[in-house]
Design a protein. Structure first.
Length: 184
């Protein structure tokens, strides 16, 4: 079974994480199980100096895993592609019933060959662009690449983008749109 993917794109500070949090909470209320993937362009390190996983990584381990009764974390010493991450999530979802994968970021992938490969493998990708008045930046990239646009400044974009423009804070309406996408 292919899991639908929801990609959420916007500039830093546009409200992506807040929107995704609200959406996950709403979906959880209706027993829709979500996996998330967050693209961190600033770099990430989960290890702490002196801990065993840190020692293993420093010794040269290419993959390091730390697990407990309630969580497992994998550290791979290579930048994985989004497709590789999605395939790993898909594999893990065979053990945990996942209804939707939400991807935050990866805006530069839209309409690349990797993105088209992801579309071929997963079939269902829905892309949301977010813009918020506080950033003064508008939508990231070409708005034609998004299925819907979310903003708190509708009047500015009303004429050009009215067909797919929704209020960023109307989580119920957006939930219904995404739920219909999942069920298609």
């Amino acid at each position: 079974m292919n899991i639908p993917i929801l990609q959420v794109v916007g500039y830093s500070g546009s409200g992506k994480t807040t929107f995704i949090k609200k959406l996950i909470e709403r979906m959880s209320e209706n027993n829709i199980n979500v996996a998330t993937i967050k693209h961190d362009v600033h770099g990430l390190d989960i290890d702490k100096e002196g801990k065993d996983s840190y020692v293993f990584s420093e010794a040269g381990a290419k993959i390091s895993c730390v697990s407990s009764k309630s969580i497992a974390v994998y550290k791979v010493h290579k930048e994985p592609t989004l497709l590789e991450i999605l395939l790993n999530v898909k594999y893990m979802s065979e053990k945990i019933d996942i209804d939707l994968i939400i991807v935050e970021g990866y805006s530069t992938l839209v309409n690349t060959s990797e993105y088209l490969d992801i579309k071929k493998i997963f079939n269902k990708i829905y892309t949301i662009g977010i813009a918020r008045s506080e950033t003064n930046k508008g939508f990231k990239g070409d708005v034609n690449n998004y299925d819907i646009l979310l903003t708190d400044v509708k009047d500015i974009y009303k004429i050009e983008y009215s067909k797919n423009l929704y209020d960023l804070n109307d989580i119920e309406k957006i939930y219904n749109i995404i739920n219909n996408f999942i069920r298609r």
